[in-house]
Design a protein around this ligand. Structure first.
Ligand SMILES: Cc1ncc(COP(=O)(O)O)c(C=O)c1O
Length: 391
């Protein structure tokens, strides 16, 4: 069938190359091969039991209807308490909007803030969906190449240099996907100030909050009440499939964000919200904190292993569960490299082109989402693969 009614904006929406790789990996698995998955951004940990049990209770007691568009008040209160007890941050429950994942939060915030023909500054490499959310608004992503010299992050100087009269907002993520690198509180404050001076809006994606390994965690919400903060139950809370996140919204924007949330989503998933009320119980938090320790062990293990094999990791990732590695020593085409690695050695990793254009063909992302035994096996296979690799 001819797809003659597809809107022209769809030409700006590129696929996730890793999904294609994942489909190939599944095919190989169905043929009996044992593929080690280091490509998708979700660890092997199950959702903690108390959260699962709360979901079952919610279903059994009929809590399966729409909630308020901006989410359950008791969940907002729990998130607010969590900011206070974990980070010492004052975030009022009224400023918290519950969303379908960080994805919903990003779409909601950008849609409220960005006019068509405006642009949003963001890092390349960066989380790819952001460019597409902006494209759907007939606005554009102004991607800025970032390298090891700025820890693969935007900083206030780059923002100043790239600001245009039609720039509406800046979107940053700390820790970042795909690099796992952080923006510290001093630099974050400078970024907040620069964006404020230019009368723009700053959005900070903190979806990997809680997964920071070498320094104290903080939130941009602690530095300014003008920032939009994006967060989620997907990563630290091990709830990817529950599709639940949140947005911290400055006072003046609560009403329009609520209005758009009503229209876009009606409500975030109710069962997931009732389940998430148990995400902040001490028993659950203890499990999640132990997982952070495990992820840190994996990080150190995989970093050392990859470096020993000749991968160049210019900045040690301080958070999330990703290692962004330079493979220029082995190939000029990291997409082909990932394909070959999958088909010859059954290890799946993500090619740089999923995250932008800058040096994308010479980088790949490893997600340390498997246990140390599997990581060791992956390293052994990669080692064999590299011995014979013709590029
Ligand atoms: C930086 C970043 N933001 C947002 C998302 C979307 O997450 P979710 O919608 O599952 O909360 C992801 C998912 O990997 C991500 O890496």
């Amino acid at each position: 069938m001819k797809q003659k009614h597809i809107a022209s904006r769809m030409s700006g929406i590129s696929p996730f190359y890793v999904m294609d790789l994942l489909a190939q990996a599944k095919r190989l698995e169905s043929q009996g091969h044992d593929v080690i998955h280091l490509e998708v951004g979700e660890p092997d940990f199950p959702t903690p039991d108390l959260i699962n049990a709360a979901a079952i209770d919610a279903i059994k007691s009929g809590k399966t209807k729409y909630t308020a568009a901006t989410g359950l008040p008791e969940l907002k209160a729990k998130i607010s308490e969590y900011y206070k007890s974990r980070l010492g941050a004052s975030v009022d429950a009224k400023n918290i909007i519950i969303t379908p994942g960080a994805s919903g939060a990003l779409q909601l915030a950008l849609s409220v803030l960005v006019n068509s023909n405006q642009n949003v500054l963001m890092a390349d490499p960066g989380y790819p969906c952001n460019r597409h959310f902006v494209r759907l608004l007939d606005a554009s992503a102004r991607t800025i190449a970032v390298g090891a010299e700025t820890d693969y992050q935007l900083n206030h100087e780059l923002i100043e240099k790239n600001w245009q009269p039609d720039t509406a907002a800046v979107l940053i993520a700390s820790p970042s996907n795909p690099t796992g690198t952080l923006i510290d509180a001093i630099e974050m404050q400078k970024i907040i100030d620069v964006v404020k001076q230019r009368k723009g809006v700053l959005l900070v994606d903190e979806i990997y909050q809680g997964l920071v390994y070498e320094c104290a965690d903080f939130s941009a919400a602690m530095l300014s009440s003008d920032v939009f903060v994006i967060n989620s139950f997907s990563k630290f809370f091990s709830m990817t499939g529950w599709r639940l996140g949140w947005l911290v919204v400055p006072d003046d924007y609560i009403e329009p964000v609520d209005r758009l949330a009503q229209n876009l989503f009606l409500a975030p998933p109710s069962i997931s919200q009732y389940a998430a009320l148990s995400a902040f119980d001490n028993e659950t938090l203890a499990i999640l904190d132990a997982r952070r320790v495990e992820l840190n062990n994996r990080r150190e293990f995989l970093l050392k292993g990859l470096q020993a094999l000749g991968f160049v990791i210019s900045v040690k990732p301080g958070g999330a569960f990703y290692i962004y590695a330079d493979v220029s020593k082995f190939t000029k085409d990291s997409f082909q490299f990932c394909n070959d690695l999958l088909h010859e050695s059954f290890v799946a990793v993500t090619p740089g082109i999923d995250f932008g254009e800058y040096k994308a063909k010479t980088h790949v992302r490893f997600a340390y989402t498997q246990n140390i035994e599997k990581l060791q096996l992956a390293l052994d296979r990669i080692s064999d693969f590299l011995t014979n690799y013709k590029h």
